[in-house]
Ligand binder design. Sequence first.
Ligand code: GLN
Length: 488
Amino acid sequence: MYHTKSVTELSAMLQAGEVSSVELTRYFLDRIKNSDEKLNSFITVCEEQALAQAKECDERLKAGNAPALTGVPVAHKDIFCTDGVKTSCASKMLDNFISPYDATVVTNMRAAGVVMLGKTNMDEFAMGSSNETSYYGAVKNPWNLKAVPGGSSGGSAAAVAARLAPAATGTDTGGSIRQPAAFCGITGIKPTYGRVSRFGMIAFASSLDQAGPMGQSASDCALLLNAMAGFDEKDSTSIEKAVPDYSADLDKPLDGLRIGLPKEYFAHAEGGMNAEVEAIIKTALDQYKAMGAELVEIELPNSALSVPVYYVVAPAECSTNLSRFDGVRYGYRCEDPKDLNDLYTRSRGEAFGEEVQRRIMVGTYALSSGYYDAYYLKAQQLRQLISDDFKNAYEKVDVIMAPATPETAFNIGEKSDDPISMYLSDIYTIAVNLAGIPAMSIPVGFSDGMPVGMQIIGNHFEEARLLNVAHKYQQQTDWHTTLPEEFK
Ligand code: GLN
């Protein structure tokens, strides 16, 4: 039925009048109603609003000249502000927050004709790799309900993998699009920093945060990115550069493509890649070779620094960003505060979860006088070295390929008491955010029934190339169209 169709196919059916947006929206709302109890992938479902939007879209389609995504239902991560709709960031702090405006991503997608099904679950304030830090409870992986879907965009990943939504939005600060995409067997792309507006996207670490699409395939992600990307004067870090048509070059042949393989990412150090995951990645690389690509070993010598650098920079920025949640202006306020200080400390203490509080404390410490030079400034210097590693690599290669994660999805509860081991699940994704470059994850096989994701990393503004490289592989394989048994 409709859930086995890609966004590209659904869009063609809508344009041809073979299905109406109302019908399609109802179909996915029913799927959510019938199946999301198992997954917990949505925080809010916008039934009434979605059907009203779908009706409008049907009129637009009838009038002719409607943009490609008109009438396609999509879910938004609950980090994006949505006018008149609860925007919680999966925190008790914002459990009562109804946003008075739309994030630019939401506005852009709405203008492109997308219908919003609802808001997806996530790690609290996007801090996590397993979706277990959500105030609304853990999300389950559709491939194994005992496993995590990854995080922080775990709700979006699970919803798309189970086809409760044809596609979704996500955000990626250190891996939050790519790691859950890998764990759930879907395709996701984190664009270049500044490509997609951050306006109205609740800030975690402002110099790293970037939004992107999570979908069934590279061609679907191209369509969605066409709608999401673009300059926005409301975001001072948004880049004024024309957005290419990401769907235009999907079919370009890969002859002569130089693929860099970072030797540090394939090394068998402790905490390194699982052997079966590695074998699956190698098979995918062989397929690229057969398509005419050349595999080149490269070095990213400062790779080992990326996790420690990130865990100074991200907490530092989050500690300042989250200072706005003070119990005064919006969100949760404690009962009967004694005085102003009590109001601040109890509101924040009662409404922020453990991981969020840990990050705020680490960040405040790193930024405090006397420690700033030793931690934050040092981390910024190292960040430059990590960035230079990629710059040097792109003099020799066109794209870099690497695992997305060291292992497949782990079980719920397995790492929740061990922050360091949780942090290490982003070991292959974090450097990309520090360098501000684009990267995606595509499904390349299964290990013990669980999806394996491969990362394709590009130079700044090379999204079109990444999507092309991913699309060529997906034309030859069907990992991305395989559905979990329970959601077929
Ligand atoms: N897992 C990483 C963290 O916990 C990355 C999260 C993200 O990309 N939002 O910070």
